[in-house]
Design a protein around this ligand. Structure first.
Ligand SMILES: Nc1ncnc2c1ncn2[C@@H]1O[C@H](COP(=O)(O)OP(=O)(O)O)[C@@H](O)[C@H]1O
Ligand SMILES: Cc1cn([C@H]2C[C@H](O)[C@@H](COP(=O)(O)O)O2)c(=O)[nH]c1=O
Length: 217
């Protein structure tokens, strides 16, 4: 029996790496799969991991009908045993429902990978639908860490180094990015207090510079 599985975690916890490993292991055993992604950092039609692997993928655009794409392939005589779908948080609700239908009606395993919540801690619509429909939701075992050492559970967006809580839901970017818009993973406590590694460093430096308890005070 085929399954719809959602592998979820924060940014930078190894989802794309796992997606590539899962596809590789199945290919090595003679299974044939298709790789989908949307808005990958490496560009359109790519699935890339920070460990350096970068493979071609089918770009899921706003109008892509994944159900039709798979049924067309099947009718053309192509074999499709499984789908690997990265950045599934960016898929539409319809597209996630198409994935569930592919599992149920064509008996193909579908493995989705994505972050659940955005920089404001709100669920992405695609991830919410995945959680509602998936047979299994798997949290990745190699956790990303907050600067304090706790497991990172939330994604923060920074603009020019400062954490923001307003803006567009989708801004493609990276953790450790040198761009003015970047991301950092945090534990809930530090996300709710808007304390990023940079802001904590800046506060510590300011405190060091204060003439506390010096002569003449
Ligand atoms: N130089 C490195 N050496 C070892 N592991 C690394 C290195 N760079 C990145 N990683 C690993 O890759 C993970 C990010 O992988 P990736 O698949 O791109 O994450 P995600 O898709 O969840 O954003 C990091 O959590 C880290 O474990
Ligand atoms: C939190 C958050 C993230 N994004 C973007 C940034 C990245 O391009 C992807 C996540 O990719 P990863 O492989 O999991 O690192 O999502 C966004 O658009 N909006 C957000 O709020």
């Amino acid at each position: 029996m085929s399954e719809l599985v959602f592998f979820s975690g924060t940014m930078d916890c190894g989802k794309s790496t796992l997606a590539l490993q899962l596809a590789y292991n199945r290919n090595a055993r003679g299974l044939q799969g298709l790789i989908f992604s949307r808005n990958d950092r490496a560009g359109e039609g790519r699935l890339s991991s920070r460990l350096g692997l970068d493979v071609p993928a089918i770009e899921v655009g706003p109008g892509t009908n994944i159900w039709k794409l798979i049924t067309d392939r099947r009718m053309a005589g192509d074999r499709v045993d499984f789908l690997v779908c990265d950045e599934v948080q960016f898929y539409s609700i319809d597209q996630v429902e198409q994935l569930a239908r592919i599992v149920d009606e064509i008996d193909i395993d579908v493995f989705g990978f994505g972050i659940t919540t955005d920089f404001r801690t709100a669920l992405f619509p695609g991830s919410a639908r995945m959680m509602e429909l998936a047979d299994r939701v798997e949290r990745l075992q190699v956790e990303a860490l907050c600067w304090c050492g706790a497991r990172a559970t939330h994604n923060a967006r920074t603009v020019n180094g400062l954490m923001v809580t307003e803006g567009e839901q989708i801004v493609v970017g990276d953790t450790g990015s040198k761009d003015n818009v970047g991301y950092e993973v945090l534990c809930r406590k530090h996300h709710l207090r808007a304390m990023t590694a940079a802001s904590v460093r800046a506060t510590a430096l300011t405190e060091d510079a204060l003439p506390l308890g010096g002569p003449g005070e």
